[in-house]
Design a protein around this ligand. Structure first.
Ligand code: UTP
Length: 298
């Protein structure tokens, strides 16, 4: 696809992984939430795979205390590889965890003051470039992947993007919610103009039931806004509040992802994702279906 010469390509992605993961305690006391595996890949791996598919080259991890396992995961495991090679074992399973030297950067968020603050902590690496954001506990499965779908739309219209999905009205107050505008032609109805954004609105005040779902493409100007952004909902520096200030000054669109989204930050969502992905895998689908039927008494 040709990219308009005035649109800077998205080559950088920020992965905010400095949260405390309190909903999964005690599992996440010593292991980062992002390292919890869905079958045989940690959550962070799915997000990195999705980023690579979308053409992202530089991965910026915003980490905090106790999160070093995430960086280790993408490092060369010399002893492991040497031992496996010595025993004649294939190293294919390690392939996805390899990163081009120099393409992984980490910055620390000393105190988890909120998602907006986590992104601001990456400002020196983001510089003056557009960048993607992935919340790895939101698992997006589809072909093309969610970020690829967003980047394809971005390459045509530029500006800022969030991915959105419809939820029942009763659930909107847990999320960032968009006020939708026009649907530009030529995108099969998957692209919506964003006229407003509000974090965790009361159900009766929510502008729609379209929630922001863990994937963003933002212009670097959002960093200037975050520099002076006050605390918002939950006493945290909210990315949604800073993004809302871009509306009207820069194009802002939402993409409705064509695939499935699993909220792996919640225990039920995590179990659902594990089961759904297992049922899609040729190497285990039959066995897992039989187990599920037995457990359900079917
Ligand atoms: P969550 O709201 O899911 O918070 O953050 P959490 O701490 O990870 O999990 P719980 O709610 O305590 O169980 C959404 C994303 O933003 C990151 C988290 O790591 C997660 O990827 N985050 C959040 C930060 O990096 N820093 C923060 O200050 C807050």
């Amino acid at each position: 696809m040709t990219i308009s010469s005035s649109i800077k390509p998205v080559r950088k992605a920020v992965f905010p992984v400095a949260g405390l993961g309190t909903r999964f305690l005690p599992a996440t006391k010593a292991i980062p939430k992002e390292m919890l595996p869905i079958i045989d890949r940690p959550l962070i791996q799915y997000a990195v795979d999705e980023a690579r598919e979308a053409g992202i080259e530089q991965l910026i991890f915003v980490t905090g205390r106790g999160k070093t396992a995430i960086v280790e995961h993408f490092d060369t495991a010399f002893e492991l590889e040497a031992t496996m090679t010595g025993r004649g074992k294939s190293l294919t399973a390690l392939e996805p965890s390899r990163i081009q030297p120099g393409n992984l950067v980490t910055v620390r968020q000393q105190v988890p003051l909120g998602l907006g603050h986590a992104i601001w902590c990456a400002r020196a690496i983001i510089g003056n470039d557009p960048f993607a954001i992935f919340l790895p506990d939101e698992l997006m499965i589809g072909t093309p992947g969610c970020m690829k779908q967003m980047v394809d739309a971005y390459n045509q219209v530029g500006g800022n993007f969030v991915s959105v999905l419809e939820v029942p009205r009763d659930e909107v107050s847990s999320y960032g919610v968009i006020a939708p505008g026009a649907r530009p032609e030529g995108f099969d109805g998957t692209l919506t103009e964003v006229k407003g954004l509000v974090e965790k609105p009361k159900k009766e005040e929510a502008p729609s039931n379209l929630i922001v779902s863990g994937r963003y493409i933002l212009q670097p100007e959002v960093i200037d806004i975050l520099t002076t952004q006050e605390k918002g909902a939950g006493g945290e520096i909210q990315l949604t509040d800073a993004m809302a200030k871009l509306i009207g000054n820069q194009p802002f669109h939402a993409v409705t992802f064509g695939g499935k989204r699993y909220d792996c930050g919640s225990k039920t969502g995590f179990v659902e994702a594990t089961l759904a992905l297992a049922l899609e895998r040729p190497d285990m689908a039959d066995e897992v279906r039989a187990v599920a039927k037995r457990l359900l008494g079917l």
